[in-house]
Ligand binder design. Structure first.
Ligand code: V0D
Length: 254
């Protein structure tokens, strides 16, 4: 499929680069993709129909992020709390990575996107892990947009694990407690290979962090919309980034 909006990093000259929002673009955007169930229920559809439509929004926003020049896009797809949902809904959700990648992996590869996963592999079904590992493996050398799925992720568990690993090293005498600093702690988190998010977007009108990247979001700009995730558009994504740019300019004192 020919889609000139998809790729800018495949372009060979900077003149061809397509940066509609200029170069003061957030390097890392993280999104809490909320409101899929409510979007469906408002339409008299089952909740899983909302999850399915949410997957289409993932594709739209991935393309938009790439075109705008965002370098890292982290999407909160499944939290450690989401296991409490009814089993049929969890089973449906766990099929989505496989379904998404069956449709999109070739195009992600063509567009130089690197797929990553942030979360606990434990408890995930093998078909979910297999699909993810294949995508991670096939895109690991790609140098374009980093598309990071937070899946079976929880921030407090992540921090408790980091503390445990640091404490063990200190107890074994391999680490001097005086050397524990913010940078060392960051390096023990699941996000150690990522810069902190510059911008957090949450859809569906909820104004909470819900155990998402609590350490990493310490200085991030937060942007909320009442729009449900399946209805989220490229235009709204641009709006969030333009608001980020306005705030960044004020912060810079210009
Ligand atoms: C449902 C809205 C894409 C949030 C988006 C397992 C809830 C649609 C993926 C995906 C989900 C994950 C990994 C990957 C490729 C795609 C996904 C889940 C839920 C949870 F490598 N959408 N999506 N994963 N939803």
């Amino acid at each position: 499929m020919i889609d000139r909006l998809w790729s800018r990093r495949g372009k060979t000259s900077p003149q061809e680069a397509d940066l509609p929002l200029g170069d003061n673009v957030p390097q890392h955007v993280a999104i809490i993709m909320d409101g899929n169930g409510r979007w469906a229920q408002n339409r008299g559809l089952p909740r899983i129909a909302g999850h399915h439509s949410g997957m289409k929004a993932v594709k739209r926003v991935t393309k938009a992020a790439d075109r705008i020049g965002v370098k890292y896009l982290t999407l909160y797809a499944f939290s450690t709390e989401n296991w409490k949902r009814p089993k049929p809904e969890v089973d449906f959700l766990m099929r989505l990575p496989q379904e998404f990648l069956a449709l999109e992996l070739d195009e992600l590869i063509e567009n130089n996107v690197q797929v990553r996963m942030m979360g606990y592999r434990e408890n995930l079904p093998s078909y979910t892990i297999d699909a993810l590992e294949e995508a991670i493996h096939k895109t690991k050398n790609n140098t374009g947009l980093v598309l990071n799925f937070a899946l079976n992720y929880g921030s407090r568990a992540e921090m408790a694990d980091a503390v445990r690993s640091i404490a063990k090293e200190a107890a074994d005498g391999r680490l001097n407690p005086d050397d524990i600093d913010e940078q060392l702690f960051s390096s023990r988190l699941l996000s150690s290979e990522l810069p902190d998010p510059d911008l957090l977007i949450r859809t569906s009108g909820e104004l909470r962090l819900s155990n998402f990247m609590l350490w990493q979001l310490a200085y991030s700009e937060l942007w909320f919309t009442d729009v449900y995730w399946p209805a989220f558009t490229e235009e709204l994504f641009q709006e969030a980034i333009m608001e980020y740019q306005r705030r960044a300019r004020r912060f810079g004192g210009v």
